[in-house]
Write a protein that binds this ligand. Structure first.
Ligand code: ZN
Length: 126
């Protein structure tokens, strides 16, 4: 079954990118050390800040039209905006972060991406 799992499907379901069965997360946003179903080692891949960037980008696109609409139609004081949008942004962000992190992890898994390390072997270092 290895290699047949779609990284997007496994990512959206927050499942192991190798077998599609075991959960990727051991807590809300922490990647498990290995798959409980197939034993795949998850310790090599880390999406870092990537998911947060995409979630912020998408949130901005989702949130800005209603914010502008409310401002144009009602012109409320600033504190109304703060009360309206802050919880929405936090909840949407938390809701989106898990599948995004899982998808990026699954894509890294599929394409064998690991940390880029400086080897210093190309002759340019001193
Ligand atoms: Zn697995």
């Amino acid at each position: 079954m290895a290699g047949k799992v779609s990284p997007i499907k496994a990512g959206l379901a927050c499942r192991c990118p190798a077998c599609g069965e075991g959960p990727v997360f051991k807590s809300f946003l922490e990647i498990a050390p290995r798959c409980t179903a197939c034993g795949a080692d998850f310790s090599k891949a880390d999406a870092g800040d990537g998911p947060a960037f995409f979630v912020m980008f998408i949130l901005a696109i989702i949130i800005m039209p209603p914010v502008l609409l409310v401002q144009i139609v009602f012109a409320p004081p600033v504190w109304v905006h703060a009360i309206l949008w802050t919880p929405l942004i936090v909840l949407l962000g938390a809701w989106l972060l898990r599948p995004f992190k899982s998808i990026m992890f699954a894509l890294q898994w599929k394409h064998n991406a690991a940390d880029v390390r400086w080897t210093g072997s190309d002759g340019h270092s001193s």
